[in-house]
Design a protein around this ligand. Sequence first.
Ligand code: PGA
Length: 256
Amino acid sequence: MRYPLIISNWKANGSKTMIIDFIHKLQNNLNNNYACNIIIAPPIIYLDVIKQYLINKDIILGAQNVDIHISGSFTGEISANMLKDMGVLYTIIGHYERRIHHKENNEDIIKKFDILKKNHITPILCIGENKEEKIQNKTKTVCIQQINNIINTLGIEILKNSVIAYEPIWAIGSTSSANPNEVQTLHNFIRSYIAQQNIEIAETIHLLYGGSVNTNNAYELLRQKDIDGLLIGKASLDPKNLSEIIKITQKTKTRN
Ligand code: PGA
């Protein structure tokens, strides 16, 4: 049994006031038995504010990016060392918004994966196809290529205790998520692919889904055997929605 993960990706949203209000409301809305780990990935500048108000150990700090260097003359960058120093345990890498808007390439993503692992931070590797690739039935090929990008350079062992988030580009920030049954089929395929190289890693790796997750579609997604949690953007900016999704997770997946 894989312990479910619910990740809240705030992107470039929020303010000090909003965050304090959010954390209070989130913690008030929930009981102490979440049956999942909740990872809040705010804009880096607000990590410390969240930390000050956190009282529950099931809520964990996350980041949305990391630099490929550990220190030095890299103006504007944040290193894995610094994230670790701030108590960050998970970091999103390879998100399509960074690939598109910040021109991150496969080589950068490999370096980021590696530097996070070396600093004991769990990488959340985003993968997924664009609309055209979906129409051309290339989803599996594209996702496996993105995973192989890591495995071929860093070796299969690097995936131990890592997280892969399938985020079809066409579903991010749109009006509907991917079909839960199709996500299950893909996740099962990815797990089997990894199992061919290492069964233990395949059984323990977390495969998440992200892309227009909300309170209406969370249950159908979470009840799929190979969907081990959710990466949520817009809907998770509202503490009521996030609490609701966490409660759905509690009901759907059992604690082990
Ligand atoms: P969304 O974003 O839930 O707003 O679609 C998900 C993500 O980009 O991680």
